[in-house]
Unconditional design. Structure first.
Length: 301
């Protein structure tokens, strides 16, 4: 998640809470100039017949007081029931991001901290020509641009504790991808064609309740809408030996997914904290149900 500068005092005289941030929602705050944040996540995306173990690390730097830039490398390993697992730990798609803060929350004002975030994801992960190991697919093959608006505000509760709330919305767009053979787009050996991932809209609301200065309860609630992903091409290994094999076309159709992620935060001091949480995605006709336990260490300097 994004930087965690000192929080405004909102009635907690016994010590401002040391937030680490909820599991999913990025912060609208930016790092002070010259400061940095490192937050590695370890997680396991558990589905009906697979486990996707992964690591994701936010590495951010305060380029200016209102501008934070960052890098997000991803690594993964897939374990599949009834099929070959990944051949080893592999690199996923890497993202770079920049966040510019527009406003800053001040106690007594209704205006939250608001920031605009731009993220570009590069296709560094393997996604096609997977042979007999489809589980080696850890990327999308696409350049993806994500535009996001982040907000963050604080509330004083009747018991003197602080409630922090975030509400973020984002829209992601991907380019067309050339695809060969076995791929993450469910194509088979001999396939030649392309895939066009559909755009994706995400809304994420999150709340953090400060039980003490060190202990915080957090909850994310998410809504995601993915548009149709289109795959088209032909198979050069057509068993009928046709000079012009019939075209292959596949549409995933749009999908909607709801999820939530409760978490517990603990901070040793204002600079170092840990988060334990679980993301739950509720499945439907076009969305697989998943449960993702995760642990993250948050360090700000």
């Amino acid at each position: 998640m994004a930087a965690e500068p000192p929080a405004p005092t909102v009635g907690q005289s016994q010590g401002d809470p040391w937030w680490t941030g909820p599991m999913l929602a990025n912060s609208a705050a930016t790092l002070p100039r010259g400061h940095f944040l490192i937050e590695p996540y370890l997680y396991d995306v558990t589905a009906t017949h697979s486990n996707s173990f992964g690591s994701l690390t936010y590495m951010q730097y305060g380029l200016a007081d209102r501008l934070t830039v960052g890098l997000i490398p991803v690594f993964g390993y897939n374990k599949v029931s009834g099929g070959p697992n990944s051949s080893g730990v592999g690199l996923g798609d890497i993202s770079v991001q920049a966040q510019y803060r527009l406003t800053q929350f001040h106690e007594g004002s209704w205006i939250p901290t608001i920031a605009f975030e731009l993220q570009e994801t590069f296709p560094t992960g393997k996604y096609d020509r997977l042979g007999n190991r489809p589980s080696d697919g850890l990327g999308s093959g696409a350049h993806t641009t994500t535009l996001q608006l982040n907000t963050q505000t604080y509330f004083r509760l009747a018991n003197g504790r602080t409630l922090r709330m975030r509400f973020n919305v984002s829209q992601a767009y991907s380019n067309k991808v050339s695809v060969e053979d076995v791929s993450v787009y469910n194509t088979l050996e001999g396939f030649r064609g392309n895939a066009k991932p559909g755009s994706s809209f995400l809304a994420n609301a999150a709340w953090e309740y400060s039980m003490t200065q060190r202990w915080v309860l957090a909850l994310d609630v998410t809504y995601r809408h993915n548009r149709n992903t289109r795959v088209s091409g032909y198979n050069v290994l057509d068993p009928h030996g046709m000079q012009e094999p019939p075209s292959i076309r596949h549409n995933s159709g749009p999908s909607v997914a709801f999820g939530f992620a409760p978490a517990l935060e603990y901070s040793w001091n204002a600079n170092v904290g840990v988060l334990l949480g679980t993301r739950v995605v509720m499945g439907n006709r076009r969305t697989a149900s998943t449960i993702t336990p995760a642990i993250a260490i948050n360090y700000v300097h």
